[in-house]
Design a protein around this ligand. Structure first.
Ligand code: GLA
Length: 740
């Protein structure tokens, strides 16, 4: 985990997700010491000589820049009895500590009130739980609480790498009210044939007490700001029970749903709002459609594995002509295998048919130096499973990729991120997987059998960002192991290698680890896509290709908020010139579907408008497309976003020209991508908070009259022979067009 997140994100997370009740006490500063001593939890311990620290920002930003390991916070806080008196429920005191990098154990006047993650000395070893929010409670009548006097909240923290300490929020103490126990969950949404949607929402009581109140909902048209429907219902929720509500409304863009639960005793209201998901991509044709960019880069003499991505009603029959010697194909699966021919370009004729029709395409196999002639597409375990990834989860993801038809659209790589490594190497230095991965080679074979690629993760440092074993000093051996396992893709993540470069600010210091692994990969007679992950340090886009990198991360880690998406996506303005066939700028993985970094898996926090923006912008940017969600639980809306052949074709365009921002006009940005066939893809983005009208005069983007304006999401021509286009764009949303 990089764990250095934008300030903006911290602020929003803190406020949006964890608003305290009316009366609360801020926990802003603490006494702080690095190291570890069990006596530091005691109320009587004398910490007057300890330094002060701000609670809520990582310690690396407060004078401990290189420190990893144990540290303690001791927060001295007077808790006024008024808190208890003014509370209606009066049951428990809540200590909110936001997030902790990486593990914590929290004591209230010496009494243990919570622990999240596992310390290195715990059974099973270190487990980071930085994404988990720490909300610890103590009964209001617990004698450990000293009302109107000073209390000591002592927090033992362990940082396993990256940043350390209490962060991403403003800690506080308050009294719980019953309405805090209310949890809204959107269980499902159905899109009915009559242009209606039906949302199922559950209101859960997470407390062991009855909660009585009223549930009010309102359905709003965001464009006209008119209420379409609203209703108030009585809601009585027994302990730990939930109630399901069904709401029906028109299936279209621009529907906002407001939910409110008002608890009777306290009169306090918990609210929740969402933009109703809506499908823009029409149902796919049942006729065969080849969804391949039509180019394949291979190294002469390396094993080839390529499944021709084709949508349409199964069974499909594949036919391939002019396949170079050494390659063969399976007419039932459309998988091409064998050994790559000697250097050269080979034009292969591909035809796919079913009972309804057929589609044909030329596939150019380019045997030479370059791999990844179009941006890689696949799945990576990180944004979903974090360090909890396992063989079983990876296999389920692969199965889902095939069963849900994603492979028909070109999604083909299954990449295991951090968390697969055993705690130590074998006596001969060989890296081995941990107990969650019984047999890596077998996993590779299993993926290959389905035409899928196998991706893996390591770090040039001694430790990965998650604290697992890295490749330092074993690079050659690890590259050999990847070869044996049939690995097709390596994400090589800087992490603790920064310890090696400490103080050395030269460019070479940053390049060195990537050169070492580049040279080791080159020795393997296997096409291994090389994903450089060092968060954009020293403008990696300028030299990533020299490292034989096929993609290079340009930023810090992404997370599923608008602030993160905006901060990363819309800042890709200075690197377009460096992307192209064989080497791509990587603004990080997709934050669509159910994500959670191994903790509290949830449907992405992006609104549907923002999700359309995400896919459109990434496609314009020629970004690698790596799904980061629980594939097994892919919902209809997310699948609809991921299976639009025209949108994917923009990302996969063979010219590989990353879009540039041509207009930045207050809240509107227009990004333009030149396509191989001479046409252009444009994204008109509304970064504002309200629906916005915009007219784009094509001469502003250096074009005259346009023959056809095609809406890519709707796969529909919307204008012919025009010199401008007018649209109304949802907040944080997009209109994504192809101008022909
Ligand atoms: C870093 C990377 C992430 C992920 C984690 C794994 O934070 O940027 O994409 O690989 O490490 O620990």
């Amino acid at each position: 985990m990089k764990k250095i997140l934008s300030l903006l994100w911290l602020i929003t997370m803190g406020i949006a997700a964890h608003a305290q009740n009316g009366n609360f006490v801020k926990l802003s500063t603490a006494k702080f010491s690095t190291g570890n001593d069990a006596a530091w939890k005691e109320t009587g311990f004398n910490d007057t000589n300890w330094k002060n620290i701000k609670v809520g920002d990582v310690w690396q930003e407060q004078g401990y820049s290189d420190y990893h390991g144990f540290a303690w916070y001791r927060i001295h806080v007077v808790i006024p009895s008024a808190l208890k008196k003014q509370s209606v429920w009066g049951d428990s005191l809540r200590v909110f500590l936001a997030h902790v990098n990486d593990v914590d154990e929290t004591y209230f006047n010496g009494k243990l009130i919570g622990k999240t993650g596992a310390f290195p000395e715990d059974r099973g070893g270190y487990v980071s739980k930085w994404p988990a929010v720490r909300n610890y409670c103590i009964a209001a009548n617990d004698p450990a609480i000293k009302w109107d006097q000073e209390n000591i909240i002592a927090i033992k923290v362990y940082d396993g790498g990256g940043s350390g300490g209490i962060f991403m929020g403003a800690p506080y103490i308050d009294m719980l009210e019953k309405f805090d126990g209310i949890v809204f969950t959107q269980t499902e949404i159905s899109f009915l044939p009559n242009a209606q949607s039906v949302r199922k929402l559950t209101i859960g009581n997470s407390f062991k007490t009855n909660i009585t109140g009223k549930f009010h909902y309102r359905i709003l048209d965001e464009v006209t700001q008119k209420t379409i429907a609203e209703k108030t219902l009585n809601a009585n929720l027994p302990p730990l029970r939930k109630e399901t509500y069904t709401l029906a409304f028109p299936h279209r863009e621009g529907i906002k749903l407001y939910y409110e639960f008002t608890e009777t005793a306290s009169g306090k209201t918990k609210t929740f709002a969402e933009i109703a998901p809506y499908l823009l991509t029409p149902k796919a044709s049942l006729k065969p459609m080849i969804n391949s960019a039509g180019v394949l880069g291979v190294h002469p003499g390396s094993p080839v594995l390529y499944k021709i991505p084709t949508s349409g009603q199964k069974p499909l029959k594949y036919m391939v002509k002019n396949l170079p010697q050494g390659l063969s194909f399976d007419p039932k699966t459309g998988i091409i295998t064998g050994t790559a021919p000697k250097a050269g370009n080979y034009l292969v004729f591909v035809s796919v048919s079913n009972t309804l029709g057929k589609d044909e395409k030329i596939l150019t196999i380019k045997s030479g130096k370059l791999l990844a002639l179009t941006p890689p597409m696949g799945w990576n375990s990180w944004n979903c499973w974090g360090l909890n990834v396992s063989d079983e989860k990876v296999r389920l993801s692969a199965k889902a990729m095939v069963d849900k038809g994603l492979t028909d659209y070109g999604w083909n790589s299954i990449n295991v991120d951090d968390g697969w490594q055993a705690p130590s190497r074998q006596s001969n230095g060989e890296i081995v997987p941990n107990e969650k991965f019984p047999d890596m080679k077998a996993l590779g074979t299993h993926l290959h059998q389905q035409g899928l690629k196998f991706g893996i993760y390591s770090s040039p440092g001694a430790k990965t960002c998650g604290g697992y074993l890295g490749s330092l000093g074993h690079e050659g051996q690890d590259a050999g192991t990847y070869f044996n396992w049939g690995v097709d893709y390596l994400k090589y993540d800087l992490c603790s290698y920064s310890d090696q470069t400490a103080g050395d600010t030269t460019l070479f210091a940053q390049q060195k680890p990537y050169i070492v692994m580049r040279n080791e990969l080159a020795k393997q007679q296997r096409d291994i896509v090389y994903s450089i992950c060092q968060y954009g340090i020293k403008d990696v886009w300028k030299w990533g290709a020299q490292m034989n990198g096929n993609l290079w991360r340009t930023t810090e880690d992404i997370t599923d908020t608008w602030e993160s998406l905006y901060g990363i996506g819309f800042s890709q303005t200075n690197n377009a010139a460096y992307a192209g066939p064989g080497g791509w700028n990587d603004p990080d993985m997709l934050i669509l579907g159910r994500v959670g970094w191994g903790e509290n898996l949830h449907q992405t926090n992006l609104t549907p408008y923002e999700q359309y923006t995400h896919m459109s912008l990434w496609s314009l940017l020629s970004a690698p497309l790596l799904i980061g969600c629980d594939m097994d639980k892919l919902d209809e809306f997310t699948l609809n976003l991921l299976k639009n052949r025209e949108v994917i074709a923009i990302d996969q365009d063979v010219a590989g020209k990353q879009a540039v921002r041509v207009i930045n006009d207050k809240q509107i940005q227009v990004w333009v991508k030149q396509l191989a066939d001479g046409s252009k893809a444009i994204g008109i983005f509304n970064l504002g908070e309200k629906y916005s009208k915009y007219t784009l005069d094509f001469n502003k983007i250096h074009m005259g009259k346009v023959k056809i304006v095609r809406d890519l999401w709707q796969q529909k021509d919307i204008a012919k022979n025009v010199a401008a286009v007018s649209c109304i764009i949802p907040p944080h949303g997009v209109r994504f067009y192809k101008l022909m």
